[in-house]
Design a protein around this ligand. Sequence first.
Ligand code: CP3
Length: 343
Amino acid sequence: MILNAFSSNPPSIPSIWFMRQAGRYLPEYLKVREHAGSFLDLCYNPEFATIVTMQPIDKFDFDAAILFSDILVVPDALGMQVSFVKGEGPKLVPLTNQSDIDALNVENFHQEIDKVYQAVASIRKALPKDKDLIGFCGAPWTLLTYMLGGVGSVDQKIGRLFSYNHPELMNQLLVLLSDVLADYLFMQAKNGAQVLMIFDSWASNLADDEFDRLVVEPTHNLVKKLKAKLKAAGMDAVKIIAFPRGAGEKYPYYAKNVDIDGLAFDTSVDLEWIRDAIHADITLQGNLDPLLLVAGGERLNKRVDHICDVMQGRRFIFNLGHGIIPETPQQHVHQVINQIRSR
Ligand code: CP3
């Protein structure tokens, strides 16, 4: 259960789940992945997506499952060409002008992405009642870094330059994605997701006015629309966590201006600072270094205790500061979970 971390009386032992908890550090994942065909085939196969989502729950007894999918199924379902090249990461045929934007197929979106909704329903059915299901999407800006750049990059140069050179086109894309993503997350909730997470993985590197325009405003609009839909459907118990990774000193500004229930923060963030800088009503989620989880040993034990000590008494979910990496020894995952639960 991670939903109890959003109550005014949070548990003294924090709930635990890890970003990318289903993935290549698990041999049983690699097996299913091989059977499925391409990575996107796996994402669009509800039966296989359910199997790999359940693997880390069965093995480590995490408190929540996260839908097995990817943020880039959204541009794929909008009709863009998306592929995952082994060892290189995602590749898209990028948007460059108005006619590329006009060609995005919003009308067919839900139909194209229906297999993901089927996966959500199937996972919720397979999960024990005491485990929550997390649905997710990429935030408009992070999706656009891929949709405009065609690949991942360290500086998001193409997307950032596009925003300065073509502000009207950028606005059009931000509005389009905020609307589509609000509907997408709402449909995930309708199919059984109880927590919805918004990944803004490239929220670093932006000037403060661009942070406002590309990260805060579009995500605020997305969340506003999503909450209205949830409320109208009597589903306001669904919680929303956002992760503007690398936002640094802008995390508090973000949390004040986007109407979220939870804030995930990355490994570089000072623990005491964020504990005190974010309103106590907002659940914090983070931030163990995924590399320390690889390294293990006494440093790992000490750090896990330190994170729990600092967050003691606060609404808090124990997680990593970014996704688990393929080199991670499974024994270290067991060890961290046992350590937290025996506190
Ligand atoms: O277990 C989970 O957390 C759920 C599944 C999940 C994946 N991707 C599976 C995946 C989630 C929540 C994501 C989100 C995602 N995808 C983000 C945001 C979070 C972050 O990491 O910053 C981003 C930026 C992406 C885009 C993406 N997908 C990249 C850059 C890559 C290549 C890098 C890599 O690790 O290979 C992917 C591929 C991907 N997504 C894999 C998995 C398990 C590996 C694919 C494989 O099995 O070959």
